[in-house]
Design a protein around this ligand. Structure first.
Ligand SMILES: *[C@@H]1O[C@H](CO)[C@@H](O)[C@H](O)[C@H]1NC(C)=O
Ligand SMILES: *[C@@H]1O[C@H](CO)[C@@H](O)[C@H](O)[C@H]1NC(C)=O
Ligand SMILES: *[C@@H]1O[C@H](CO)[C@@H](O)[C@H](O)[C@H]1NC(C)=O
Ligand SMILES: *[C@@H]1O[C@H](CO)[C@@H](O)[C@H](O)[C@H]1NC(C)=O
Length: 937
């Protein structure tokens, strides 16, 4: 660049250089365009002037427009005739902006001017009318404004005129059609034209196409249009035309497309329209048309598309079809049509799109619907159809959209072979009378984008297979009787935008996987029995309380209920019984349903829940967790418990009573409650330190224990889950624990003879062997100790608190916390020192400690001054020093010492440091049995 500059410039300072350029540039242009030396002809000069008013040419389309040429005939977009005159200018879609220069009027042989799809603005220069040779003027899809110049009426040669897609205003001038004998096609569409449809149009009798759509034209459709015998295309859509459809239009016998939709046209469809033998598309939707649809119009042999939707048409569908029909699209939605789906419709074999929605059709859906073999979209929604969904509907191979919703008397179940042959994208069965579950037949509906089953009586759970439709955008199951939990796999629906599960009976937690749905715009989980914390990850952050209303078990930021606050309140001793009382209140609202096997009582009456939630909505401050009842789910494993809520009311009152506390273990406080029927039960309130994340995890863990049945194991009767409280219900064993009898004789517990102690050891071993060897998967007790061995009046032992390792506190807490001090002596060393692998050998260790306890009557851990001594260590060292007998409980004075010594030694083997050195419970059983039979001999 530098080298091309004259030396004088390079010496000038920057400012001078800029000024020089500024003045020099226009000067050069003027020299070029007026240079007497140029050979460019007059038409070329006119085009350069046209270029001058173009302010932007982003693709340099006009780069070849060189003033050095003699003629413009080689320029891009310019085509000359044989005599060298500019004949056509074709500059469509070149991104040009600026105004259209009147200089074009100097091109007096121009036949075609095409400037469509650019960004020309300003008005149409009236001088264009001077180009009397013009055949074709297409300046559509620009940004032109102002009126259509009257002068254009002088363009007597014009065949094709297209100004569509601009901002032109004012009327379509009648003068435009003054000389129009050659006019074939006019398009004024998509502008802001006002005024009326000029009647003069009717005199342009060569017109083949008229498009005046999408303007603001008023008045009626002129009768004169009926003169247009060769008119094939007429669109007056989306204006403000009124009055009735002129009879005369029936004379436009060449019409193939007639679009009068989106106006205010009234009256009936003229019977003359039956003369329109070539009509293939007729749309008069969104008008005020009334009366009946003439059969001849509907079943016209050439008609492929008929749209009369959103009118006031009445009557029923014609019953018969005269001959073969070509009808592919039939939209009669939103009228006042009555009657049933006539056989005439069923004979429309080519029909692809049928919309009869929003009418007053009635009667059953004929099973012959399967005759509509080409149907792709089928909309009968919002009518009064009766009966059931014909199962055959699933056999329509091409069906993609099926809408039968809002037919309140259409009942039955979702057909079982849906999507077997077709590939549904939209299934709308909302607001019907559907019952039963969501059938597995929907598994195959992998292309579903929109599934709406809302407001029915659909029950069962939300099937996981719904998530096979991976492209689903909208899933609406609102207002049904769905139960169970929200499948985590819903998080796989990565395109989902709308998810409404509100007003059902769903339980459990909200899966945080929902946060993975980045596209989610709408979420409503209100009015279910969901519980636990509301996850706030990913897409879930955006939703406020209105998405979670009426789930009293939920906590978290959107509801203003702090989850941690609830736990904190609970851990305070004083409020314990109060909170428990709240659960009793919850139990009072029980609706009980008894079934065989597992009996599930939802502790929520739906109406009560809704009421509570509504109350909440109107509260200005978030309700304190204590004030609101704790609502949750109560599951009973057997039928022996009362199932009427009155009984629960009485029984749960006992829980309010401090005296009903019968124990306090590693995992929580145990209460006793007695029902009016006389049945007593132990209720353990779990202190889980928040380790249980959701009800699924809880239920999965507890569910495994439901089937544990053994004469030496406390039977689990059920559980209550709410995010803030978990209760375990089990048989009440009346005679205290082994711990009470061994160590708390001061408190009135009687002595245990060796015979009883041995039977207790044997029974305990039976129970533990059952858990280890007869349960699949194996159940580990994990918390075996004398206080968890309960005794009945015959001193038969029952293992309690088994299989709850998941709920026990984290191990570090376990080892350090004083609270678990009592457990310490029972814990196998590999657990205590955190080389942590739970195995049945941990239980064997604990069992060994219990054996030592039974034989010595001593505590498993004894404090002497500052160091604590493990019982097994004490016994082991005594035995090694040959003083084993001194370990035997002095209370067992007359008992056979050799037998006690055998048990003592078994206890030591069981408490071996290395887990591999400990026997299995099956082996322990064999040893105990042999000790017993030795005794019997
Ligand atoms: C649904 O998806 C599951 C897992 O993705 C698959 O095993 C199953 O075959 C699918 N069902 C159908 C009918 O495609
Ligand atoms: C769906 O989600 C579940 C659980 O979130 C996951 O295990 C599974 O792999 C997912 N399936 C697909 C096909 O992504
Ligand atoms: C909560 O969200 C809904 C829709 O997402 C919105 O209409 C409503 O205004 C929001 N309410 C508040 C209190 O922000
Ligand atoms: C969710 O549904 C309930 C019940 O119909 C309604 O009160 C609430 O406004 C809905 N929330 C949203 C976000 O639409």
């Amino acid at each position: 660049m530098q080298s091309h500059q004259p030396p004088s410039f390079s010496q000038a300072d920057g400012v001078t250089r800029k000024l020089m350029r500024l003045f020099l540039f226009p000067f050069l242009v003027i020299i070029l365009t007026t240079s007497p030396c140029t050979a460019l002809n007059e038409e070329g000069l006119a085009l350069l002037e046209f270029r001058k008013s173009i302010i932007s040419d982003p693709f340099e389309a006009l780069a070849s427009w060189n003033s050095a040429n003699e003629t413009p005939c080689t320029w891009f977009g310019v085509i000359c005739d044989s005599e060298g005159n500019v004949n056509r200018i074709l500059l469509q879609g070149k991104g040009l902006s600026g105004t259209i220069s009147s200089s074009l009027s100097r091109l007096n042989r121009l036949r075609a001017l095409v400037l469509s799809n650019n960004s020309f603005s300003g008005s149409i220069p009236p001088e264009i009318s001077l180009i009397t040779t013009l055949w074709k003027l297409n300046i559509s899809e620009n940004a032109l404004s102002g009126p259509i110049p009257d002068e254009l009426g002088a363009l007597g040669s014009l065949r094709m005129f297209d100004v569509s897609g601009n901002f032109l205003s004012g009327p379509i001038p009648a003068t435009f059609f003054r000389i129009c004998s050659r006019l074939r096609f006019v398009d004024f569409s998509r502008n802001n034209h006002t005024g009326s449809v000029p009647a003069r149009l009717g005199s342009c009798d060569r017109l083949e196409g008229i498009d005046l759509s999408h303007n603001r034209l008023q008045g009626s459709i002129p009768e004169e249009l009926g003169n247009l015998k060769v008119l094939g295309f007429l669109s007056l859509a989306s204006n403000a035309l009124s009055g009735s459809l002129p009879q005369s239009l029936g004379s436009c016998v060449s019409l193939t497309l007639l679009d009068l939709s989106m106006n205010m046209l009234s009256g009936q469809i003229p019977s003359t329209f039956t003369n329109l033998r070539n009509l293939s598309r007729f749309s008069a939707g969104q008008n005020l048309l009334s009366g009946i649809i003439p059969a001849e119009v509907l079943y016209h042999s050439a008609l492929q598309t008929l749209n009369l939707s959103f009118n006031a048409l009445s009557g029923s569908l014609p019953t018969s079809v005269a001959g073969p029909t070509a009808l592919k699209v039939l939209d009669l939605s939103a009228n006042h049509l009555t009657g049933s789906i006539s056989t005439s419709v069923l004979s429309l074999e080519r029909l692809q799109f049928l919309n009869l929605s929003n009418n007053q059709f009635s009667g059953p859906l004929p099973s012959q619907l399967t005759k509509l073999i080409s149907i792709e979209s089928f909309d009968l929604s919002s009518n009064n159809f009766t009966g059931q969904i014909p199962p055959e509907i699933g056999r329509l191979r091409n069906l993609s959209v099926l809408r039968l919703g809002s037919n309140p008397t259409l009942s039955g179940v979702i057909p079982s072979d849906m999507c077997e042959t077709s590939d549904l994208t939209v299934l709308d069965l909302q607001k019907m009378d559907l019952q039963g579950g969501i059938p597995s037949s929907l598994t195959g509906c992998r292309s579903l984008l929109n599934l709406d089953l809302s407001h029915n009586k659909i029950n069962g759970s939300i099937p996981i297979f719904l998530t096979n439709a991976t492209r689903m955008k909208s899933l609406n199951l609102e207002g049904n009787l769905l139960s169970g939990s929200i499948p985590e796999s819903l998080g796989n629906l990565s395109d989902l935008e709308h998810l409404d599960l509100s007003i059902n009976m769903l339980t459990g937690g909200i899966p945080s996987a929902l946060g993975d749905i980045k596209t989610l715009l709408f979420l409503n989980l209100s009015y279910n029995s969901l519980s636990g914390p509301i996850p706030r990850n990913g897409a879930l952050q955006q939703f406020n309380a209105s998405s979670f209303l009426g789930n009293a078990g939920l906590c978290g930021a959107p509801l203003g209920v702090s989850c941690s606050a609830v736990i904190a309140t609970r851990s305070s001793q004083r409020k314990k019984s109060h909170v428990l009382g709240a659960s009793a209140i919850a139990a009072i609202v029980t609706t009980a349903v008894i079934a065989l096997g597992v009996v599930v009582i939802f502790v929520m009456n739906f109406r009560a829940l809704k009421r509570i939630a509504e109350d909440r909505v109107y509260e200005s401050t978030p309700p304190s967790p204590e004030a609101s009842p704790i609502l949750g789910k109560l599951v009973l494993f057997s039928k022996t418990l009362p199932a009427k809520y009155e009984d629960w009311e009485a029984g749960s009152k006992a829980l309010l009573d401090k005296d009903s506390v019968i124990g306090s273990g590693t995992l929580g406080t145990v209460f006793k409650t007695t029902f009016d029927t006389g049945i007593s039960m132990a209720v353990k309130k779990l202190e889980t330190l928040g380790r249980i994340k959701n009800s699924e995890e809880f239920e999965e863990e507890i569910g495994r224990l439901a089937n544990v049945k053994h004469p030496n194991i406390v039977t689990m009767q059920g559980y209550f889950w709410s995010p803030t409280m978990q209760l375990l219900l089990s048989d009440y064993i009346p005679n205290g624990s082994l711990y009470n009898h061994l160590h708390q004789q001061d408190a009135g517990f009687g002595q245990l003879s060796w015979k009883r102690r041995f039977e207790i050891a044997l029974g305990t071993a039976h129970g533990l062997t059952y858990l280890h060897h007869d349960c699949t998967p194996q159940i580990l007790h994990f918390d075996l100790k004398s206080s968890n061995i309960l005794l009945d009046h015959n001193f038969v032992p029952y293992l309690s608190d088994y299989g709850l390792s998941k709920f026990s506190p984290m191990l570090d807490t376990y080892v350090t916390s004083r609270r678990f001090y009592s457990t310490l002596g029972y814990v196998a060393p590999e657990v205590a020192c955190q080389s942590f692998r739970l195995s049945d050998k941990c239980d064997v260790y604990s069992f060994g400690v219990v054996l030592l306890e039974l034989a010595t009557g001593r505590h498993p851990v004894e404090n002497s001054d500052s160091n604590c001594i493990l019982l097994c260590d004490a016994v082991r060292s005594a035995l090694e020093r040959g003083r084993g007998y001194s370990c035997i409980d002095p209370q067992l004075g007359s008992a056979p010492q050799s037998e006690i010594m055998q048990v003592l030694k078994l206890g030591l083997v069981c408490t071996s440091q290395m887990p591999s050195k400990r026997p299995s419970m099956a082996e322990v059983m064999q040893v105990l049995e042999s000790i017993k039979s030795g005794n019997d001999l």
